[in-house]
Design a protein around this ligand. Structure first.
Ligand code: DC
Length: 218
C-alpha cells in the first residue's frame, strides 16, 4: 500500500492540504489528531482525572477507537459512538495535549494508524507520521509557517464561522501547543530526516497541495 505522511505544527493547514491532496490522488485521508481528540472526548465522558497519568492509562484499556469513511469523510468512533462532531471544542483543544503525551495512549493509537495504512492507500496527517508511524513511507512532507501566520489563519477560519475569537488568545494557544508538542518525550513533533520541508508562509493552499503532489512517488 502507498502512503503520504504530512506533519507539521498546529494550525499550519495540514488538514485542509491533506484532504485536497487525498482527493487529487483518489485516496482517503487520515486525520490522526482526530484519534487523540476522540480519545479525549471519551475520557471526559468517563470523568477521567486529566492530572493523573495512571487514570488516563487505566481508561485507555477501556477505550476502543476506530475510523470509518462515510462518503469519503472520516468519522472517528470511540467505543462505538461517532465522536466526529465533538472533536473541535476549546475544551478538547486544551485537554488533548495532555492525553497525547501519555505513552500507552500513543502506542495504541499508533498501532491503529499503521493498521489503516496497511489496508489502503492513504494520506496521513499528524505530528509524528514521517518520524514514527510511517517511518518507511517514501513520501514525507513537513509543513511550516510562523506562529503569527498560523494564528491569523485560525482567527480568519473561526471568524468566518461566526465565532467571536481573540487573536492574541489564539496566538498564545498556538505557542503553548507548539511547546507541548515539541518538548514531549514520546514522539515529539519532529521533521523526519528524509521529509521535504514546505514553508507555507507565502503560499496559497492550492500552491502547497501542488508542491506536494508534484513530489509524490506513486
Ligand atoms: O492536529 P490536531 O490539532 O487535531 O491534534 C490534536 C492533538 O493531538 C495535538 O495536541 C497533538 C496531538 N497529535 C499527536 O500528538 N500526534 C499526531 N499524530 C496527531 C495529533
Amino acid at each position: 500500500m502507498l502512503s503520504v505522511a504530512i506533519d507539521g505544527p498546529a494550525g499550519v493547514g495540514k488538514s485542509t492540504v491533506s484532504k485536497l491532496l487525498a482527493k487529487k490522488l483518489g485516496w482517503n485521508c487520515l486525520d490522526t489528531g482526530a484519534l487523540y481528540r476522540a480519545f479525549t472526548v471519551k475520557c471526559l465522558e468517563l470523568n477521567v482525572d486529566f492530572e493523573s497519568d495512571i487514570s488516563i492509562v487505566e481508561a485507555s484499556k477501556k477505550i476502543k477507537i476506530f475510523v470509518k469513511y462515510i462518503g469519503g469523510t472520516q468519522h472517528t468512533f470511540a467505543n462505538g459512538k461517532d465522536m466526529t462532531s465533538f472533536l473541535r471544542t476549546e475544551q478538547v483543544d486544551k485537554l488533548v495535549p495532555i492525553i497525547s503525551k501519555v505513552k500507552e495512549v500513543r502506542q495504541s493509537i499508533v498501532k491503529l494508524q499503521r493498521e489503516i495504512a496497511t489496508q489502503e492507500n492513504v494520506v496521513v496527517e499528524g505530528r509524528d507520521i514521517g518520524s514514527v508511524v510511517l517511518k518507511d513511507s517514501v513520501n514525507k512532507f513537513f509543513l511550516t509557517a510562523s506562529p503569527e501566520i498560523r494564528a491569523k489563519r485560525r482567527f480568519d477560519e473561526r471568524t468566518a464561522k461566526g465565532e467571536k475569537v481573540d487573536f492574541l488568545t489564539i496566538l498564545t494557544d498556538i505557542s503553548k501547543r507548539d511547546k507541548l508538542d515539541t518538548e514531549r518525550k514520546t514522539s515529539p513533533l519532529l521533521q523526519a530526516k528524509d521529509a521535504i520541508l514546505v514553508d507555507t508562509d507565502n503560499l496559497s493552499i492550492e500552491q502547497v497541495v501542488e508542491k506536494i503532489f508534484e513530489n509524490v512517488k506513486v
